[in-house]
Every structure is written in structure tokens, then in C-alpha cells.
Design a protein around this ligand. Structure first.
Ligand code: ADQ
Length: 495
């Protein structure tokens, strides 16, 4: 069986020896499991900068996974990572044109680093390998590999939204960016909405089309594009929450919220997550419900993220001010409405926190998917589950229809949903939770990974005539799931 090479900006395979059990994310575990299965390689940036780029590969074997990393020079880091990735593509793809930097040097740095990654990765690629590239940092990677003669099947998954056509065209090099995507064989988006936005651009901006096999055609090339909604390892999370650390954390949280119902928010400190809007909604709730004020508290966990970028520093300052204002107005000597924590927690600690919360506020203004919503559901007590309040602008809202779906721009909707969640009877809570749990366990991270890999394998391989015939154009997760069922090898991989 051909090997799988995973490429992502940062490489984080599970390393319990160094980090302890429970510290590893579900996505990292799922990718690591796939890499062990295919004796593959995980390639990316080491996270370190050096004075001058050398292209020196650092190979390590961590928990059965071969990891290959490369250092970048400081200018690369500033232009590629802090620049084009985090000051241009991230805000633009999250509909924040006001925060988007259109700086030519960032685009040049982005292209340069992608070329450097391709040159460093090239010697590791064997003829039968399939390559799976992750996220917006690495869009031009396939183009650079193709220029170096690589003909292997290469797939790309976008973890963030693909925005509406009108936003994409604000980017000075939008055509180049989309053309680079046509060097892949398979494109994966989180939702049908992102897929349709991408297709819309291709049809109207570059006069592309879809052929009878369902492939997109443009720039003289063709590819498959489909939605593959990412999931969490829900079964594992449901086990983790029964472990000792999770139970201890749960007990601590319960002891600290005696006579009060805890509402939780867990997000990287990022403007896309709707943190300010959430706090203003909570403030509205406290204002509108004087009778419930002392019965509720909000725990907001928000580890600091991308702190070298000004927009993130500004947001942090605004959040400090807003929380100070709300706590100043509503706290009593023995009660503080908002507890705000800027640190990271282990996965098992988070599970205990989620389980102790009667409701979760997941209110992004834009989000590719949002894994916190799925983790919260996976961690609940089936006999007494909490209520998920979910923004309609999270990709997860497409699958999690039994959550209380709200518009995060409306403080009234947040306030009303909180009131409804906190007064909801156990029968309704169980009914909603059972439907949500069924969904997060069925469409989990393993299904996501296997659906993507089998759809990529089904693409024609130019170097091999004994390839599998592509089954049908993969249009949705349902069709991808059918493809998977038809492929015993992929099934075996899941087992
Ligand atoms: P993110 O924007 O990082 O991911 P999200 O999907 O919510 O957003 O994932 C965050 C992860 O970080 C979760 O697994 C969560 O448990 C963890 N986390 C958050 N706060 C934490 C804390 N304080 N301590 C420890 N862990 C914490 C991007 C896209 C999303 C998409 C994912 C995956 O922006 O839309 O869902 O990739 O594709």
C-alpha cells in the first residue's frame, strides 16, 4: 500500500513521554494513527527560526510516527507566518477585510517559504506516495512540487472557511492563489457552503466548469472538490471524561459553582471566535434577568494566540476592559459573574470542565468547523447533559442542528438562548443531546480522515495504470461515506 505524507505548517504528533497523557489533541492523534497505518511521514516547520535558511531536515521517530521538520529564517517567519498567513488569509477568509493586510512582501514571503518547503520535502517523496497538505499556510505547495516534477496524487484540506467571491477578489493575487489550488488532485472543504463559494469563484471569475464526472475544470486542469466536515474522536473523549483527572477537575468545578450553574466558553483568543459579542450577550442576560443573576456564572477559557499580531493584542486589551466592566457592574462581595482564564488545559482537564458546565457558549462570527462544540457534546453525562448554544456561522452548525442555534451578533439572541438553556427540562436536554452525540460519533475524526484519504486514492494516478477507477464524483460526506463502504481496504484501516 502506498505511504501517506502529511504536510502541515506545524507538526505535533502525540508524545505522551514528553507531554503526559491527555495533552494531545484529537486531530493530532487521528493523523498520527493514519501515518502509523501507512508508515508515512509528517512534514512541516519545526517552530524554530535560524539566521539563514539551510533546508536541513530534522528527522525523528515519535510514538511510531516519522516526523520531518525544517527551521525557517526570521524574515520567512514574519512574512509567511505572521504576514500572509495570519495578517492576510486568516482575516480575509473570516470575513474581516478591515483587518486584512495587502502587503506585497507578505505574498512574496509566502511563495518563497512554500518553495522552500517543497525543495526540502522533495527527496522524501517516493513514486507511490500520496501527499495530504493541510490548511491556508500551504496553498501553493502542490504548484511548487509540480514544478519540480512531482506527479504523485496530492490532496489539500482547508480547515478555515472559503469566503464569498466578493471577498476573495479583494486579494491582489487572488487568481494566482486559486490557480495554485488546481495543482491538487482533491480539495476538501469543511462545509458545502465553502465548497459552493469556491465553485462560484471558479465559474464566474475564471470561467471554469464542472464535467460529467463532477470534476471541476479550470486553468487547463481538473480536480475533485468536496465537503469533508472534520470531527473529533468522540468515543475516546467520552472515555477520557471518565478518567481520574477529568473526574477531579469536574469535582473542583462543581465545588466552585455550588448554588450556581456554570456556563463555559473555550476558544483560542481570536477575533473570529466572537468573544466580545458573547460577553455583551452575557451582560445583556445579567441585565435582563436580575432574578437569575446570582444563579449563573460564565467561565471563559481563552489561551493567548498569535500574540505578535497587533489585532490580537488589541482584542486582548478590549476583552480585559469588557470583563472588568461587567464584573464591576454585577459582582457582589461573594460572587463574580465572569471567570476569565488565559491558559491552556490538558485534554482530560478540558473534558471535566465541559462536563461540569450546564451550557456551552460557542459563538464564533465565522469558523471553519469548531471542534469545541463537538468536544462539549462528547463530554456530557448522558443522564444529565448540558445544552450547546451554537453560532449559525460555525461550520459545525450544519451538522449540529439540535443545538440552540443563534446569531452571535445579537445580544438578545444570546441572552434568550441562555435563559432557555438554563431552564430546559431534562427530557428535552436528553433528546437534543442524544441526536447531537449520535452525529459527533458517526461523523468523527476517523471518518473524516478515511473519507479524505480514500477519495484521494480514488483519483487517477498518472504514473500507474492499475489505479482504481474513481467511484463517483464525491460531492458530500454521504457520498464519500458510500465510497468508503465500497473500499474494504479503507474499512480495514478504520478498524
Ligand atoms: P481553531 O480555530 O483552533 O481550529 P477549534 O476547532 O475550536 O478552533 O479547535 C480548537 C482546539 O483547541 C480544540 O480541540 C480545543 O479543545 C483546543 N483548545 C481550545 N482552548 C483550549 C485550552 N484552553 N486548553 C487546551 N486546549 C484548548 C481551526 C479552525 C476550526 C476547525 C479546526 C479543525 O479555525 O474552524 O474546526 O481548525 O479543522
Amino acid at each position: 500500500m502506498s505511504r501517506l505524507i502529511v504536510v502541515s505548517n506545524r507538526v505535533n504528533p502525540p508524545n505522551p513521554a514528553a507531554d503526559g497523557e491527555g495533552s494531545v489533541g484529537g486531530l493530532a492523534m487521528a493523523l498520527a494513527a493514519a501515518l502509523r497505518e501507512y508508515s508515512g511521514i509528517w512534514f512541516g516547520w519545526s517552530g524554530k527560526t535560524i539566521p539563514e535558511f539551510t533546508g536541513q531536515l530534522n528527522m525523528q521517530r515519535i510514538e511510531g510516527v516519522t516526523v520531518a521538520t525544517v527551521d525557517l529564517e526570521e524574515t520567512d517567519y514574519q512574512e509567511y507566518y505572521n504576514g500572509y498567513a495570519n495578517k492576510t488569509l486568516w482575516p480575509l477568509f473570516h470575513y474581516r477585510v478591515d483587518l486584512t493586510a495587502y502587503d506585497r512582501s507578505f505574498g512574496e514571503g509566502y511563495d518563497r517559504v512554500n518553495k522552500r518547503f517543497a525543495e526540502t520535502l522533495l527527496p522524501l517523496i517516493e513514486p507511490d506516495d500520496i501527499v495530504w497538505v493541510h490548511d491556508y499556510h500551504l496553498i501553493p505547495l502542490a504548484r511548487e512540487l509540480r514544478r519540480m516534477g512531482v506527479t504523485n496524487r496530492i490532496g489539500f484540506f482547508l480547515h478555515i472557511p472559503w469566503p464569498a467571491h466578493q471577498l476573495v477578489v479583494t486579494l491582489p493575487r487572488h487568481r494566482q492563489l486559486v490557480e495554485a489550488l488546481f495543482d491538487y488532485d482533491l480539495l476538501g472543504f469543511q462545509t458545502e457552503e465553502s465548497l459552493h463559494a469556491f465553485e462560484g469563484y471558479v465559474f464566474s471569475e475564471v470561467h471554469g466548469s464542472k464535467n460529467e464526472r463532477g470534476e471541476l475544470q479550470a486553468f487547463g486542469r481538473k480536480l475533485d472538490a468536496s465537503a469533508f466536515p472534520i470531527g473529533v474522536d468522540a468515543q475516546d473523549f467520552a472515555q477520557v471524561v471518565k478518567g481520574e483527572t477529568a473526574r477531579k477537575t469536574y469535582d473542583r468545578m462543581m465545588a466552585h459553582s455550588v448554588f450556581r450553574k456554570m456556563v463555559v466558553g473555550v476558544d483560542r483568543l481570536d477575533y473570529s471566535k466572537g468573544l466580545e459579542e458573547r460577553l455583551i450577550g452575557f451582560e445583556r442576560f445579567l441585565h435582563d434577568h436580575p432574578d437569575l443573576r446570582r444563579e449563573v456564572m460564565l467561565l471563559q477559557v481563552a489561551p493567548i494566540s498569535r500574540d505578535e499580531v497587533e489585532a490580537y493584542q488589541d482584542l486582548r486589551g478590549r476583552l480585559d476592559g469588557l470583563i472588568g466592566r461587567i464584573n464591576g457592574a454585577y459582582a457582589e462581595m461573594d460572587f463574580t459573574p465572569i471567570r476569565y482564564v488565559n491558559r491552556s488545559y490538558r485534554r482530560d482537564e478540558l473534558a471535566g470542565i465541559y462536563r461540569a458546565a450546564k451550557a456551552a457558549l460557542v459563538t464564533p462570527l465565522r469558523d471553519g468547523m469548531n471542534l469545541v462544540a463537538k468536544e462539549y457534546v462528547a463530554a456530557q453525562d448522558p443522564e444529565d447533559p448540558g445544552v450547546l448554544i451554537l453560532s449559525r456561522f460555525a461550520g459545525a452548525a450544519r451538522q449540529m442542528k439540535d443545538a440552540l442555534i443563534i446569531n452571535p451578533n445579537s445580544p438578545e439572541e444570546i441572552s434568550d438562548a441562555l435563559e432557555r438553556a438554563l431552564s430546559m427540562g431534562v427530557d428535552e436536554r436528553k433528546r437534543r443531546w442524544e441526536a447531537l452525540f449520535e452525529n459527533v460519533t458517526r461523523e468523527d475524526v476517523t471518518a473524516w480522515r478515511d473519507n479524505f484519504v480514500s477519495a484521494l486514492r480514488a483519483r487517477p494516478d498518472p504514473d500507474n495504470d492499475d489505479r482504481e477507477e474513481p467511484p463517483t464524483p464525491v460531492q458530500s460526506l454521504d457520498v464519500a461515506a458510500k465510497t468508503l463502504r465500497a473500499q474494504p481496504e479503507a474499512k480495514a484501516m478504520r478498524a
